[in-house]
Design a protein around this ligand. Structure first.
Ligand code: CA
Length: 440
């Protein structure tokens, strides 16, 4: 650019000179100069002509001074400024490149120690890698957020599940049973109001009436203690029970009896469910039957005990209910009265109320390190483990070792036995129920 400008300036000066010469040819001054020998402009041939018309000539021009307008001096300044600006631009360009290289260095200085600042391809690879990492981080952040939301949902479900605990289920079932009982009773009423006429009755075979428990047999005048067939729930088949028609007025349905050790009470879950033994001697009526007998009426439980010294005491509970198998035949017992003491609610740590049934082969107790049913050789509503167990082994006299005999923790002198000392057992034990509001 500088050269071009100089060339342009030289051309302009020469053109101006030619112009002056051409103009002066027509003037008086030129005429005078031609006449004058001292004329500074001379045209002369040099050497011989090789051919005609092709002789070399030279023009000798005098030194020429032209007064240029002031603006021409600006051109040189402009050249200088332009040159200066160009240098500045080049410097800036270089600085920019340095900056970019430095930035590339700082972007990922530790990448395997192989970063080559001058390699554009590698720089591009670095950029791609950074973008990949950013994408991965975004994805991980999104996943984390989703996982957090899922955890929140699961926690909510867990809290709801905790609310639906066993008590709620049991209450729900109880309400359903109460509703069904109400409906059945209503249907019974409708049936009796639409009784068939006398001829129809006579033409039919004689139908047996249904008795739900021993108290209803008592009500129709039965006074002898023996076995009777009861149907506590018409939806299930009837079964035999032993009725005590003497104790406290009678009307008792016996659930359990111990008197001579003739029946083994170390039994399985299934045995305790359906019942075992001899109804006239020793037996367990069966958890399923006990549930049916207690589920639709408020029942009282009476426990009679007799030790080998001939002492007879009793415990009476105005509340007694055994839940169904789904609820592991859970015991509900309360409102104690009597002489033997409330061993079923012995203390805060020994309480059989609201406990599930446990057998040697089915651990539902509250003892975490083992099975109380297995350790004490019986099926019972064990806590962790016991302050009462009427299904323990039958000992005919005092015994030592594990207290796995028939046991009632509030019996006089029963809890004072030293560990390893002799333990008392019972000669007789009996559990029986009748409706809470029954009046013999
Ligand atoms: Ca256990």
């Amino acid at each position: 650019m500088k050269l071009a400008n100089r060339y342009w300036l030289s051309s302009a000066v020469f053109a101006a000179y030619i112009f002056v010469v051409a103009t002066n040819n027509e003037t008086e001054e030129i005429k005078d100069a031609t006449a004058n020998d001292a004329c500074p402009v001379r045209l002369e041939s040099r050497g011989k002509c090789e051919e005609e018309g092709e002789c070399p000539y030279q023009v000798t021009l005098p030194p020429l001074t032209i007064q240029l307008p002031k603006q021409f001096s600006r051109i040189e300044e402009v050249f200088k400024e332009v040159q200066h600006l160009k240098e500045m631009v080049n410097n800036l360009k270089k600085s920019c490149q340095d900056c970019k290289l430095q930035a590339d260095d700082n972007r990922e200085p530790r990448r395997n120690g192989l970063l080559l600042p001058n390699s554009e391809a590698l720089g591009e690879a670095e950029d791609n890698r950074v973008r990949e990492l950013e994408s991965e981080i975004n994805k991980l952040t999104s996943d984390l957020k989703n996982a957090k939301e899922e955890i929140g949902v699961l926690q909510g479900r867990l809290e709801k599940l905790n609310l639906v605990n066993m008590n709620n289920i049991e209450n729900y079932i109880d309400r359903k049973v109460a509703n069904l009982s109400f409906v059945v009773n209503n249907l019974d009423g409708k049936c009796s109001s639409n009784c068939p006429n006398q001829e129809q009755i006579q033409s039919r075979p004689v139908q047996h009436l249904i008795y739900k428990d021993c108290s209803e047999y008592y009500t129709i005048g039965k006074r002898s203690s023996e076995t009777y067939r009861v149907t506590p729930d018409p939806k299930y088949s009837s079964f035999e029970v032993y009725c005590d028609m003497e104790t406290m007025g009678g009307g008792w349905t016996v659930l359990q009896s111990r008197l001579d050790g003739s029946t083994n009470f170390t039994r399985t879950w299934q045995d305790y469910k359906v019942g075992f033994g001899n109804l006239r001697r020793e037996f367990w009526l069966g958890n399923e039957k006990i549930h049916l007998l207690t589920k639709s009426k408020d029942m009282s439980l009476r426990i009679d005990l007799e030790d080998f010294n001939g002492i007879k005491l009793y415990a009476l509970y105005d509340q007694f209910y055994v839940a169904n198998e789904f609820l592991k035949y859970r015991l509900h017992v309360g409102n104690y009265n009597g002489t033997a003491g409330d061993a079923l609610h012995f203390s805060k740590h020994y309480n059989h109320d609201m406990k599930f049934f446990t057998t040697p082969d089915r651990d539902n107790d509250r003892y975490p390190s083992g099975n109380c049913g297995l350790y004490y050789s019986s099926g019972w509503w064990f806590d962790a483990c016991l302050s009462a167990n009427l299904n323990g082994k039958y000992y005919h006299q005092k015994y030592r070792g594990v207290r796995d005999g028939i046991f009632w923790g509030t019996w006089p002198g029963m809890s004072e036995v030293q560990p390893g000392g002799y333990k008392s057992s019972f000669k007789k034990a009996k559990m029986m129920i009748r409706p809470k509001h029954f009046k013999p």
